[in-house]
Write a protein that binds this ligand. Structure first.
Ligand SMILES: Nc1nc2c(c(=O)[nH]1)N[C@H]1C(S)=C(S)[C@@H](COP(=O)(O)O)O[C@H]1N2
Ligand SMILES: [Mo]
Length: 415
């Protein structure tokens, strides 16, 4: 008995609530005198399971799944509510593709870099791997992510974090810095933009300011310790940390340097934000600070009043997250959450806050601030700035309503 109590107290201290809680009341668990003890087989040698396998799999009891909205399956969303920590397992990384997933033989793969350069060069995958490499843990988010939360279609309440915001994921990306390749080809000082072109049926093309190449752009061939998944651009993609996902062109086959942007379809007709005053935001590449509570969320049902840990993810394309505040009363009062190590730039950051549910109605919200001092806006503020018809960059504060029966429903911007 004493042992169980000690563990409980330690847990409470770890959660930083000892002061509020006083004595070591268990947060969860049954009295060990009454509960069933672990079953111990008489002969442990008789319970040996399957032998070692060459490639592992998930426990059959865990079934996280990406989901797709459209029958055309042009995208699938990460199950954010099923994940701990900050890394998205590669097979659950969200996908977005405009022309399917091409099958590329890595031995046939080439990347051409030309335009305003001294020496146009073609690189094989082997060539790319030979350059000094780099691994970075960074998020990638589709700038169309969260449109559902912004428009509040049908005022849906029975939607999961995955359905609202599942077009964001974090991986460890490995590759060669684009700056290295630009030095290799001898990028001209006249080059101000570069075009990235994919080899999928959509021939995705985007123009990127040249500074990004010399900052932190990567030609990535690795994801979470293994080659990129086909869905993520195998065998090589452009990866632009902190930038809207669309510009991280997958199945990359060509880069052209120029003195101006190319004004492709994807940066004029698409990925441009019409504003209420008749102008438009174009090349709005940076992802603004955002956060989302992933637990509790729909379809959770809290089993009773008491201590629950509010958990979620925060991220920003402009550096590190410096704080996340949580409100349990619809935005009237806020409390700072704890940020788990590591807090990396342009990366999902895990936040947590112990919360005592009294059993009544509560509206849970999270609000992220990044190192530039920018704070995630309310839906009203964002809507006033961008208007109702904008189609990208929906980073406003989200809300979840906890009902007296413990059910949790999506509550849009909270108001
Ligand atoms: N070649 C190519 N690159 C592409 C796309 C595409 O359709 N074709 N989709 C873009 C979009 S809209 C996004 S959000 C990201 C998604 O990357 P992911 O599928 O690895 O998550 O890839 C981008 N790169
Ligand atoms: Mo996207």
């Amino acid at each position: 008995m004493e042992r169980a109590k000690t563990i409980t107290r330690r847990r409470v201290l770890a959660a930083g609530t000892a002061g509020i809680m006083g004595a070591a009341l268990p947060i969860a668990g049954q009295n060990a005198d009454q509960a069933a003890r672990p079953k111990v087989p008489a002969d442990p040698t008789k319970v040996q399971g399957p032998l070692a396998t060459d490639v592992g799999g998930r426990s059959p009891f865990e079934r996280p799944r990406r989901v797709s909205f459209s029958d055309r399956r042009t995208s699938s969303l990460s199950p954010l509510q099923d994940l701990d920590g900050i890394i998205t397992p590669s097979d659950l990384h969200f996908e977005r593709h405009h022309g399917g997933v091409p099958a590329i033989d890595p031995r046939q793969y080439t990347l051409l870099i030309h335009g305003l350069v001294d020496r146009p060069l073609v690189f094989t995958l082997e060539d790319l791997r030979r350059f000094p490499g780099r691994s970075i843990i960074r998020f990638m988010e589709c700038s169309g992510n969260g449109g559902r939360a912004y428009r509040r279609e049908g005022n849906q309440t029975d939607v999961t974090p995955q359905q609202i915001d599942g077009l964001t994921s974090t991986s460890e990306w490995t590759g060669v810095p684009l700056a290295t390749l630009f030095r290799e080809v001898g990028a001209s000082p006249k080059a101000k933009w570069f075009l990235a072109e994919g080899s999928d049926a959509a021939v995705m093309t985007r123009s990127i300011p040249i500074e990004k190449a010399f900052d932190d752009a990567l030609i990535a061939y690795g994801q979470n310790g293994e080659p990129l998944r086909p869905e993520q651009g195998y065998p090589a993609r452009l990866f632009l940390p902190g930038v809207e996902g669309n510009a991280s062109v997958k199945w990359l086959r060509r880069i052209e340097l120029a003195d101006q942007p190319f004004m492709t379809r994807e940066e004029t007709s698409k990925y441009t934000d019409p504003l209420p005053d008749g102008t438009a935001r174009i090349f709005s590449l940076d992802m603004d600070a955002k956060s989302l509570i992933t637990e509790p969320s729909f379809p959770d049902q809290l089993t009773g009043p008491g201590w629950w840990e509010i958990r979620g993810l925060a991220w920003t394309g402009r550096g590190r997250i410096t704080r996340v505040d949580i409100s349990a009363d619809g935005g009237r009062t806020w409390q700072p959450a704890t940020l788990d190590d590591p807090v990396l730039p342009k990366c999902h950051t895990r936040f947590r806050l112990p919360w005592q549910w009294k059993g009544g109605e509560a509206t849970l919200m999270s609000r992220a601030t990044d190192e530039t001092g920018y704070t995630q806006p309310t839906l009203d503020v964002l809507m006033a700035a961008r208007g109702p018809s904008t189609a990208y960059h929906f980073n406003h504060i989200r809300a979840w309503k906890v009902n007296p029966d413990g059910t949790v429903k999506f509550a849009g911007g909270g108001a």
